[in-house]
Design a protein around this ligand. Structure first.
Ligand code: PLP
Length: 411
């Protein structure tokens, strides 16, 4: 075998392994139509099309088609053209980027904000840069933190301690075991998106005060959605001022694209100046920045949209629960139904799509632990009562057809 053939065989075997474990990922091609979302067209590989309802998107509030957002994007596109044409340092900073950062700083009541091309990059770039700014930094990280945080912490060259999920006693033990003089940072999320459970923000802030640690929160699944101005769970709970660095996305509830941190002016300045993931990459297109800023601004006041989304999530959970389906309910907007097997999970998702026009992607390892494979539904204000009825009927039907367990899980 030649060396090249060996490379190909190794790549093939990695893919085969995924097939064998039932967790090979297939992307389905969908075409969204403005004004019709969550309806979309599913294009099969053979060219045939079916109308479907998207139940697993993270455009939680339908802002991806909101007139205010689209108008801002059109305006900026007409005014400036397509791309930004450079990194932030080399011609890629426009008035749109500056306005978006000002909007975000105001949202979180921080001195400054810094935008990145995604929240993944914002987490990775910030967390991998902090030890350069704070030599000897120890990062305490929740074991269920998102891959972007894990990745940033893993390769930052600093020390890390992983605490059991949401276990503040374990976190306390780890903090107490380290040198009191060492710089420390606690990194966690406000909503863990696969179970929809909340991080213990207040207890973590109390520990941070006690041990002189900085706090870093990922509010990716909460910004736009919680708090009187949509700044997240920390805002809802009156804790935003106790968080040193807030991370968020512009791609989920805000319906556009991009990520950011909000913090002190000095912290943002330092990350801006030292983080390769910020420095060496082209900035967001101005039209994207304009759309995101319009969305953030709009959601500072549109409480109705947030309320409607929460209502739809509550209704869906109540109806699935009433049928004895194993849902996880921590009171957030996310509705996970546990299947517990990757092959069944994929089959159910395929049947929902083929037989009922319901699109919900199976969630398998490594996104969730093995044995907890699930269907994760994200009802939005633009899902109608009829769509909800259709989904509930489809799930009831499939659960019976496949003779699946109706034992209830409680949070
Ligand atoms: C908790 C968490 N943080 C960060 C991200 C990354 O966000 P983005 O899609 O803006 O890169 C995600 C994406 O799903 C996430 O779930």
């Amino acid at each position: 075998m030649t060396q090249k053939a060996r490379y190909t065989a190794a790549v093939e075997s990695a893919i085969d392994k995924l097939h064998e474990e039932g967790r090979y990922r297939t992307f389905i091609d969908i075409e969204r139509h403005r004004g019709q979302f969550p309806h979309a067209m599913w294009r099969r590989p053979d060219g045939t099309e079916t109308e479907i309802t998207v139940w697993c998107g993270n455009d939680y509030l339908g802002m991806g088609q909101h007139p205010v957002v689209l108008a801002a994007m059109h305006e900026a596109l007409e005014a400036t053209g397509a791309g930004s044409g450079g990194t932030r340092n080399i011609s890629g900073t426009t008035v749109y980027h500056k306005r978006l950062e000002a909007e975000l700083a105001d949202l979180h009541r921080k001195e400054a904000a810094l935008i990145f091309t995604s929240a993944y990059i914002a987490n990775d770039a910030t967390l991998s840069t902090l030890p350069k700014l704070l030599p000897g930094l120890i990062i305490y990280s929740d074991e269920l933190n998102h891959a972007s945080m894990i990745e940033g912490i893993r390769r930052n060259g600093g020390a890390k301690r992983v605490f059991r999920h949401n276990d503040v006693e374990h976190l306390r033990e780890l903090l107490a075991a380290d040198d009191p003089a060492a710089p420390k940072l606690i990194a966690f999320e406000s909503i863990y998106s696969m179970d929809g459970d909340f991080g213990p923000i207040e207890a973590i802030c109390d520990l941070a005060d006690e041990f002189d640690a900085l706090t870093y929160i990922d509010e990716v699944h909460a910004v736009g959605m919680y708090g009187p101005r949509g700044a997240g769970v920390a805002e809802r709970d009156g804790l935003m001022g106790r968080i040193d660095i807030i991370n968020g996305t512009l791609a989920k509830a805000y319906g556009v694209m991009g990520g950011y941190i909000a913090s002190s002016a000095k912290m943002c300045d330092a990350i801006r100046s030292y983080a390769p993931g910020f420095i060496f990459t082209t900035s967001l297109p101005p039209a994207v920045a304009a759309g995101a800023a319009a969305s953030v601004r709009h959601l500072k006041t549109d409480q109705d949209l947030r309320d409607k989304q929460q209502r739809h999530a509550r209704i869906l959970k109540a109806r699935l629960k009433a049928m004895g389906l194993p849902i996880i309910d921590h009171g957030s907007h996310i509705v996970p139904v546990i299947v517990g097997d990757p092959v069944h999970c994929k089959q159910l998702s395929d049947m929902l799509l083929e037989d009922f026009g319901v699109y919900v992607q199976p969630i398998n390892f490594p996104t969730v632990p093995r044995g907890t494979e699930r269907l994760r539904f994200t009802p939005s204000p633009v899902h109608s009562p009829e769509m909800l009825d259709g989904l509930v009927r489809a799930m009831d039907n499939l659960w019976s057809q496949c003779a699946l367990n109706r034992q209830e899980l409680t949070a």
